[in-house]
Design a protein around this ligand. Structure first.
Ligand SMILES: [Zn+2]
Length: 167
């Protein structure tokens, strides 16, 4: 009987934890860009790592930009990601989308082009100003070395594409 209630108790603790991990995001005001810090990889390999090694319910990122410049969807867009708990003194997961470049601070032209296309699409749909530099708005990096690319260039290219899309 004692064993049974212990089992039940641990079951409830476990199910609460895993449910808490897959919550819907209530707002989307930021796009956080990352690098994978790996030479290769795609949505399947990152998902295997995040689920199998980290023990998460799904891949932490919402989109992956492969070395070929392919835009691969990861975690469902409306769900809270697992990618920006660190990097600032507050957790950005509850209000951000996470996008990752495959690579280590250097990206090819296909990847940069795809990133701008994706950013413009997300900015349009979530009404994010790509030039917003506020603490909880716009396009942000994860931390100083991640993604290791000049974000101002990405911001202005995104703004330019967005204007072309709107007019
Ligand atoms: Zn990162």
């Amino acid at each position: 009987m004692k064993t049974m209630s212990l089992l039940m108790a641990s079951f409830f603790v476990f199910s609460t934890v895993s449910l808490a991990r897959m919550v819907e995001r209530e707002e989307t005001t930021v796009i956080v860009i990352h690098h994978s810090a790996t030479e290769q990889g795609d949505v399947d390999s990152f998902r295997r790592h995040h689920v199998g090694v980290n023990g998460w319910n799904d891949i932490g990122y919402h989109y992956v930009i492969t070395k070929d410049g392919e835009i691969q969807p990861g975690r469902a867009e409306h769900l809270q990601g697992a990618h920006a708990r660190t990097g600032r003194d507050f957790n950005r997961n509850p209000f951000s989308l996470g996008v990752v470049f495959v690579g280590h601070s250097e990206y090819n032209e296909e990847q940069l082009r795809s990133m701008v296309v994706l950013l413009a699409d997300l900015c349009q749909r979530y009404k994010i100003n790509p030039l917003d530099l506020s603490e909880k708005g716009g396009i942000q990096g994860h931390h100083e070395e991640c993604p290791g690319v000049d974000l101002d260039i990405l911001r202005s290219l995104t703004a330019r594409l967005l204007i072309q899309k709107l007019f």
